[in-house]
Design a protein around this ligand. Sequence first.
Ligand SMILES: [Zn+2]
Length: 295
Amino acid sequence: MATSFEETAIVLRVVPYEDRHRIVTALSEKRGKITAIANNAVNSRRYGAALQPFAASGWRMAERAGANLYRLDEAILKRGYEGIRKHFEILTLASLLNDILLRIAPENEACLELFKLHSNTLALLEDWANEAETLDPIRYFQVLNGYFSKILQWNGTQPQLMRCLSCERSLLDFSENEELRASIITAGWVCSHCRHYRIDTPDQEVLAIHQKYISITQAALGDFYLALTHPIRKSFEVFSPNLSDQHKLFQFLLSLLQYHVPGFEKAPLQTLRFIPEFKDWIQTEPEQSPNRPNL
Ligand SMILES: [Zn+2]
């Protein structure tokens, strides 16, 4: 006996199944990542645009005891985020965010924070696509930095951004261009007077990662703080307009995600290579950041 229920869901991925069906993976409001089969969805108007990637819809589904897949009976489109497709670059960014959620979102477990983050980010991207004739490349990094910061927050990682980990001087005591050293393990930083700061751990592997600081500016760390304390939709307004700061924060956030967030991988980022501003950045990126050790 199947139990029927309703959910709001954003499509992350659609794949064909046999000749006529589709399998849809989505981020839902109450159950996290879910996968459903839409029977006879190919060449059918029943679902309209509701099964396109990014589409947010009200789904009516049936759950059968012992089955991994839900059965999708009806999907009524609420917002298609169609505007995202106006610019190849914005579509690429949105696709990357879908790919990341496919890897990190918990399955059949509520993650409302991620759901809100994703829908707000799609709305930001769509508004941007609708307004802009030409795209300002710094915004690619601003969106990703805002999104990545919030994923760390959702994950429970607690960045320590307001003070030097060693001498506790305030971030606000330094000028915007001050070079500081960001630490992956602690998600914090030390000032130039505290270069020899060490964490107290007997674990050599952890210690080795801790020694690999990333050079970062005061302004970039300030943006990290702003990202954690502001809604993603404010990203373009509140972040530093300096591309170099955005690059530095991007590099730090990628290392933090790899180390702290289970399931996060850099592989999906390869899709960004089709955007010129990322092509060089991704290819010239130095050695792989350390992965979480098996503790
Ligand atoms: Zn210090």
